[in-house]
Design a protein around this ligand. Structure first.
Ligand code: PEP
Length: 244
């Protein structure tokens, strides 16, 4: 089934000082201005440079997002950043439940759910990451794992314009490995059955200029969440250009 414009989102993770971030954002913004992107574009820099990246992207079509947020709006939460703060800094999106937070920081579905609710409270679109580990995939549990993460982490009141799902198999992130196209299609179809019609579902995990075209040509794939390859403007742009 033909769907709308795809979304190519860059997750810069913990990379970039002010000068690097501004240079990367300017390079991406310049390409987006010069060419007519066939997709929507988003970059999610570290919180410390959201402001500088936002200024570098001013006037371009590239949107800005955060990489995490706290459930609370404000208060005694040392080191945390609220969804309202991200919104105030110019963000329209926030990545939540990334595997590096679920597995590296022990975040549960209940915690992710509270963060998704916080994103909505602040008027941000939540990019909810789901995906199985290698052991779960080898045990044939990927559909059960992803279904459980969706039911555990999506609050009531969900609507397609407030949510993006990123299917990111943990074993594919930063490894150069990707599922088969058939496997991506299967999991995306399961996700689609569990979310409101029209919600975008991105694929994430070792997307690069060489594999982007075949992945993005899948009708079930509404875009990509890109880690490593989003740190080079040429590669990020090549992935955007691979959108059909
Ligand atoms: C990610 O961390 O969201 C990701 C998809 O990383 P990479 O593209 O580097 O696999």
């Amino acid at each position: 089934m033909a769907r709308g414009r795809k979304l190519i989102a860059g997750n810069w993770k913990m990379n970039g000082l002010r000068a690097d971030g501004a240079a990367l954002a300017e390079a991406i913004g310049a390409r987006a201005k010069a060419g007519s992107a066939r997709c929507d574009l988003l970059v999610c820099p570290p919180a410390t440079i959201v402001d500088v990246v936002g200024k570098a992207l001013a006037g371009s079509v590239v949107a800005l997002g955060g990489q995490d947020c706290a459930p609370a709006e404000k208060g005694a939460f040392t080191g945390d950043i609220s969804a309202e703060m991200l919104k105030d800094a110019g963000c329209a999106y926030v990545i939540l439940g990334h595997s590096e937070r679920r597995h590296g920081h022990g975040e549960s579905d209940a915690q992710v759910r509270a963060k998704v609710a916080a994103a909505w409270r602040a008027g941000l679109v939540a990019i909810l990451c789901v995906g199985e580990t290698r052991a779960e995939r080898e045990a044939g549990r990927e559909v059960a794992v992803v279904s459980g993460q969706l039911s555990g982490a999506i609050p009531g009141g969900v609507a397609a314009n407030k949510l993006v799902i990123a299917y990111e198999p943990v074993w594919a992130i930063g490894t150069g490995l990707t599922p088969t196209l058939a496997d991506i299609t299967t999991v995306h179809a399961v996700i689609r059955d569990n979310i409101p019609a029209g919600t975008r579902i991105l694929y994430g995990g070792s997307v690069n200029p060489a594999n982007a075209r075949e992945i993005l040509s899948l009708a079930e794939v509404d875009g990509a969440l890109v880690g490593g390859a989003s740190l080079k403007a040429d590669d990020f742009w090549a992935i955007a250009e691979a959108c059909p």
